[in-house]
Design a protein around this ligand. Structure first.
Ligand code: G6P
Length: 472
């Protein structure tokens, strides 16, 4: 019976070293939920890094055995591989480049070599587990070389690839010294998916100008193989977010949060701490809002949740300091004994706490400088059961193409953000309801299950087309 193999840098599990040994927590992330229906079934399997450094073969064995019970197969990384492949090439070369922060990118051959070697390591694990007829679905920028590496070992295999972050314009992409190898790596797939039409267009333009291959309707012929390139905007598990927002535990938490916050309006932001998320700009806008609209002082608080991320990478450490300083300044200048302008949390929260935050928030500020999609924007909308609340959304997020009833801002335009914050706080209830229900209709329909289904269908479609071409 053919199976599906999912491959991503991280497995959908969080493993921590606790007092009683290793603690396992299954991930509640969007991708994990969406693909849960696939990898947990039959012989299907998810291959990836378990997210921690393991220093003994016994512990590796213990983790492997435990994960196998839930259809996961770990790829362990050495301390050097974590530094050079994960923190290095993935997050100090590709991540900044693909998010248009090229000035943050470092170009070091040693990191590139580690990236290549780790992609090869993932390939070994795929080849070990794959059988003829299996479908492989590879995820994200950490594994751009994997499709072609697998193609060389298993030429007949059916390979889908999805990029969860933006694909930059050719002018930016071509700054990478390894641009040809990266494109060739990706073109080993049968189907290459992006969140938006623009990402897809940028990719096709790079393919055209760097490896000299043209496309017809998103189809590129590579060595007699037809590769399909398409846009698949990722959705969320809408029913799950709506149900969590209605759960008694969530409502109890909301009541507790409300008592603690007092009778203020709430602006909310939830992100991983990352320079692509536009956090300093957002704080600047909130500060300017308080300065420009003194009547709102004491009447609105910003609740800002920042989830720690990649904290050993220099740029992330610098950003953390910048944010700490800005929050301190705003609270120092405007705070009162009975009112805190910015409630700042640097940690992660369980789903029902996030849901309580979504419920309580009058405004969500989603203001990235660049974002492949941004699922927080969609989660906020799905959690607004009474359809009150306003989404302020950066036009640089993939989600802005679908959430047309948000108040869209350019995160570089601080004045524009100040106006949007004000407009949200004074928006009539009927307008809030109209906008919210339009957005809900869209994301309810194009949810994560639909996304998985459409991607898999397109992959079988292109595979069948290739089979027909080869028998003609
Ligand atoms: C983004 C990337 C994912 C990544 C996640 C968390 O959403 O697209 O591939 O897993 O960030 O980052 P981390 O470095 O902690 O895996």
């Amino acid at each position: 019976m053919p199976k599906t193999i999912i491959v991503s840098n991280r497995l959908p599990v969080k493993i921590q070293k606790g007092d009683q040994g290793l603690e396992y927590q299954t991930s509640e992330g969007g991708l994990a939920t969406g693909l849960g229906s696939i990898y947990k079934e039959g012989n299907n399997v998810w291959i990836g890094w378990p997210g921690l450094y393991v220093d003994s073969k016994e512990t590796e064995q213990e983790i492997t055995t435990r994960l196998q019970e839930s259809n996961m197969s770990p790829v362990f990384l050495s301390a050097e591989e974590i530094r050079d492949y994960y923190e290095g090439f993935s997050n100090e070369t590709l991540w900044p480049t693909f998010h248009y922060f090229s000035n943050y990118a470092i170009y070091e051959n040693e990191l590139w070599e580690a990236y290549f070697r780790v992609n090869l390591k993932f390939c070994e694990e795929v080849v070990r587990l794959a059988e003829p007829g299996d479908t492989l679905w590879i995820h994200d920028y950490q594994l751009l070389l994997l499709p072609q590496l697998i193609r060389e070992r298993l030429p007949e295999s059916s390979i889908g690839f999805f990029l969860h972050i933006p694909f930059p314009s050719y002018e930016v992409f071509r700054m990478l010294p390894w641009r040809r190898q990266l494109l060739k790596g990706l073109l080993g797939a049968d189907l290459i998916g992006f969140h938006t039409y623009d990402d897809m267009r940028h990719f096709l333009s790079s393919v055209n100008r760097i490896v000299m291959l043209t496309h017809t309707n998103g189809q590129v012929d590579v060595n007699n193989r037809r590769v399909l390139v398409d846009a698949f905007p990722m959705g969320i598990d809408y029913q799950n977010y709506a149900a969590t927002a209605a759960a008694p535990d969530t409502i109890k938490k909301e009541v507790r949060f409300r008592t603690a916050l007092g009778e203020v309006k709430v602006a909310l932001s939830i992100d991983r701490l990352d320079y692509s998320k536009g956090i300093p700009n957002r704080l600047q806008a909130f500060e300017m809002f308080l300065e420009r609209y003194p009547e709102w002082r004491g009447k609105v608080s910003l609740v800002m949740v920042l989830v720690p991320s990649r904290d050993r990478v220099g740029r992330y450490k610098d950003l953390k300091e910048d944010i700490d300083e800005r929050v301190g300044r705003i609270n120092g200048q405007y705070g009162r004994l009975n009112w805190t302008p910015v409630h700042y949390f640097y940690r992660s929260f369980p789903l029902n706490s996030l849901s309580a935050f979504y419920r309580i928030a009058d405004v969500a500020l989603v203001t990235p400088m660049r974002d492949g999609m941004n699922l927080v924007a969609k989660e906020y909308v799905a959690s607004k059961l009474d359809q009150r609340g306003v989404l302020v959304l950066s036009e640089m997020a993939g989600a802005s193409r679908e959430l047309l009833d948000s108040l869209q801002i350019n995160p570089n335009d601080i004045n524009g953000m100040v106006d949007a914050i004000h407009a949200s706080l004074v928006m009539s209830e009927s307008e809030q309801e109209r906008r919210m229900s339009n957005m809900q209709a869209t994301i309810r329909k194009y949810d994560i299950h639909n996304w998985v289904r459409v991607f898999m269908d397109r992959l079988s479609f292109i595979k069948e087309k290739q089979d027909k071409m080869s028998t003609q």
